[in-house]
Design a binder for this molecule. Sequence first.
Ligand code: FES
Length: 170
Amino acid sequence: MKTTVNHVSGCTGTEEELLQRVRQLASGYKDKEGSLIQVLHMVQSVYGYLPLTVQQIVAEELGLPLSTVAGVVSFYSFFATTPRGRHTIRVCMGTACYVRGGVSIVESLEKQLGIQAGGTTADGVFTFEIARCIGSCGLAPAMTIDDTVYPEVKAADLPSILEPWYCGGK
Ligand code: FES
């Protein structure tokens, strides 16, 4: 029986169909030198992340060694090799946010989400990461969910900040 795959991007299909799309997409860039990063971005948006199976297909279609593809995937933090949540929470732990309560935000989130920073919740809603500075130091402590910035966050605010995202967004 075929499994239906629901990835972050909203692309759905059987595993076989998604891998076929990945192959078609990558094969369109066969002779285009320097297109690896662009292809990996597109493939990640189709498949949701870049496991080894997917990296292998990209390598085959672009005529590159798997080690080259794997090296690029591991170098850039925006490439994921494990499934991500639909939304990404980033808590800033840069200096300004750290001294103004960032640690308690991280600890509270870990408790509420039931995961450590770096993890993804079992329901697939959130991936939770630590950021080093999100450019909003005057609003410390700050966090983001996808592209939304939350300023001067207090641990007590977290349930009401998270709640709307379970239904698809802010
Ligand atoms: S240190 Fe947190 S936004 Fe800059």
